[in-house]
Design a protein around this ligand. Structure first.
Ligand code: DQA
Length: 155
């Protein structure tokens, strides 16, 4: 099972950025934890990408079609603005889990709307860096269950 991890804008600053909200772990530390958990779950993290650019994130999603089974994405500020990311995810149809370190529903009103949540397999928010690990676990569990169901219903 091949998984893509996408991190949106300003997440390269984790570790020093608003640590009271986002915690003190760096993005490298979070990525290492994700790779370790992927190993434990027996899945392959094919690629991890952080970008401040909406177009690069769209390109990564498009390029994942046919190569990637599921995406864990923290769209960061693009969560609240990006129809382009929504359309890319809809176009590829790749199952994805939306992740946030903070609980966006307990923050400013503009953060409480997501352009992605209603089309996501699931959403994890508010558990700091553990949100990513929970998201990976949830995505893998869902993909494995779907695979089992497909095999069972095959003639
Ligand atoms: C975030 C929440 C967003 O509102 C914010 O713009 C981010 C990070 C989070 O992980 O809590 O950059 O996605």
């Amino acid at each position: 099972m091949k998984i893509l991890i996408l991190h949106g804008p300003n997440l390269n600053l984790l570790g020093s950025r608003e640590t009271g909200i986002y915690g003190s772990k760096t993005l490298d530390e979070i990525n290492s934890e994700l790779r370790k958990r992927a190993g434990e779950l027996g899945v392959d993290i094919q690629d991890i990408c952080q970008s401040n650019s909406e177009s690069e994130l769209v390109d990564r999603i498009q390029a994942a079609q046919g190569r990637i089974d599921g995406i864990v994405i923290n769209p960061a500020a693009y969560t609240h603005t990006s129809i382009a990311l929504r359309d890319a995810l809809l176009a590829t149809g790749i199952p994805f889990v939306e992740v946030h370190l903070s609980n966006i529903h307990g923050r400013e009103s503009f953060r409480q709307h997501s352009y992605l949540s209603d089309i996501a397999t699931g959403v994890v928010a508010g558990f700091g860096s553990a949100s990513y690990l929970l998201a990976l676990q949830g995505l893998v569990t869902t993909l494995q269950r779907e695979e089992t169901d497909r095999k069972r219903s095959a003639p």
